[in-house]
Design a protein around this ligand. Structure first.
Ligand SMILES: [Ca+2]
Ligand SMILES: [Ca+2]
Length: 282
């Protein structure tokens, strides 16, 4: 069961007042976020909203808590912030190109446990190039399964608790979506969009505040729903890129060029700044 599946709606403009004042956002046009009418839960639902900072610095992304480097060689995904490394598994390797390619068969990245531990808000930014594949693949999936940590390949398992980002689902609209649950599929809440990832490198950002779950594509807000699942209810012992807690979901074929995590919900405008600067800027 999903909560929040909705019928299609109108477009709306998402203002960037702080960016205009501070000149800190993209020099491009204001972002057009495509939102459902019932997905808007308040002007500051995403955390520190545009215009929230009297000093005009809401557009400047804070330093991330974790910042994984895809420019290495081998199977160790180093955290530039000094935290524990992730491991690249299934045969994929970092080749020094700044891009990690996952084959969509059995490749995935196993990130350290406890990324969500102790957090009441979080943001995850991923620069990813989707290379196709079925629905319900996972750009990331931070959680655990019915058989706990590290189920061997082929072990039947379903998701128990998770914060996950998928390119497509069986919902309407069926595009890029956030899936969040502390109680399996029956307790799943979703933030849906009609964004279909093409085969270009794209920035996708998920923010979870005390009030809302927000989804951004290329700096633009594309979905925002009330947060109904507590972050504290998620056990993140399987923190994966490219692999789902649900064993039946296929692995994702994709290239990754950046992954950052913050222990807070980024302001909408800060997400646009990230997009404008690209994956190599720090
Ligand atoms: Ca492989
Ligand atoms: Ca683990």
């Amino acid at each position: 069961m999903t909560v929040g599946a909705r019928a299609p709606h109108r477009h709306m403009w998402v203002p960037c007042a702080a960016a205009l004042l501070a000149g800190a956002c993209s020099s491009g046009p204001l972002a057009l976020g495509r939102l459902d009418d019932d997905a808007i839960v308040g002007a500051d639902a995403g955390g520190a909203a545009d215009g929230a900072s009297p000093t005009g610095d809401a557009c400047e992304p804070p330093s991330p808590a974790r910042d994984y480097a895809f420019g290495g060689v081998g199977t160790e995904l180093v955290d530039l912030r000094g935290g524990p490394s992730g491991r690249v598994l299934g045969g994929a390797v970092l080749d020094g190109s700044s891009v990690l390619r996952l084959d969509g068969v059995d490749d995935y990245v196993d990130l350290p446990n406890g990324i969500l531990e102790g957090l009441s808000a979080v943001s995850v930014a991923v620069w990813v190039r989707r290379l196709g594949g079925a629905g319900y693949t996972r750009i990331f999936d931070l959680g655990t399964s019915s058989v706990g940590e590290d189920p061997p390949p082929g072990t039947p398992a379903v998701g128990r608790s998770y914060l996950a980002l998928t390119p497509s689902t069986g919902n309407v609209p069926s595009g890029l979506a956030v899936l969040m649950s502390a109680d399996g599929a029956g307790g799943e809440a979703v933030a849906l969009s009609d964004v279909v990832l093409d085969e270009e490198l794209r920035l996708v950002v998920v923010t979870v505040s005390s009030d809302a779950v927000s989804l951004f594509h290329e700096g633009a807000l594309v979905a925002r729903v009330p947060r109904t699942v507590p972050l504290a209810g998620i056990v993140d012992e399987n923190a994966w890129l490219g692999r789902s807690q649900y064993a039946a979901d296929p692995h994702l074929a994709a290239e990754y060029a950046g992954l950052r995590v913050w222990g807070e919900a980024l302001a909408d405008c800060a997400v646009r700044t990230l997009h404008a600067r690209g994956p190599s800027a720090r």
